[in-house]
Design a protein around this ligand. Sequence first.
Ligand code: CO
Length: 287
Amino acid sequence: MHRAIREVITARRQLEGGGFQVRRPLPSAGMRRVDPILLIDEMGPADYRPGEAVGAPDHPHRGFETVTYMLDGEFEHRDSAGHAGKLGPGDVQWMTAGRGVVHSELPSQRIMQAGGRVHGFQIWVNLPARLKMTAPRYQEVAATQIPEVVSDDGLARVRVIAGESLGVTARIDTHTPIVYQHWILQPGASVSQALPADHNGLAYVFQGAAEVAGTRLLDGQMGVLGDGNALSLSLPASAEGEAQLLLLGGVPLNESVVQHGPFVMNTRAEIEQAIKDYQMGRMGEIN
Ligand code: CO
């Protein structure tokens, strides 16, 4: 049974703290989350001049995962669990904050000094209550290691960051079943993608306009999927250029969510504990 779109949300460009340009379709008015997906930030695209690029210096997280996917530019990551990495175009970083990390996410020295384009995504994936205090985990997958599949007619291409598509399975290991796919559609493309019936799902178009589950979504629009076990993705042959979108989903946790800034827990008391633990230095520091 094919899914339909049950709600369309239009993201607007806004400035995040520190002056970072984002489009944020989730959360938004009327859509607090698509369980277990908590947040989607499209970073840029922004063209920074020398000395202008901004990022997020040392800050904590607890109770969920941050997933960063770069399309353009470079980011450098350091965290209190001892992980460090540099992400370039097409690279993915899947960080399980679990019981707590402090990390910094900054444009690379090269971009800081010389300027350049930054474009990418950060999404937040919730963890179930039983895993909120799990040990932090860091997975980094280089662009060349992310499976990419092209449809038989050559008109649709998918990069499989998490889950399965067109018979290919992602390398990333997720704590609960998560789908994260980046689709690039050429005019005339038409594919059917399975999405198990027990998953919630959404599509976010960030270039061109695509037909998702029978609804036309424009650049910057997120469509939340209704019930079913598959969906159609297509781009009319008359389209002027390609369309790109993320398809995201997962099995809903169906648990209470209490969020306070960088902490996402199940109860108010757990949030207060997180704040206290951070203030006491129990989430560590970046060395
Ligand atoms: Co962060």
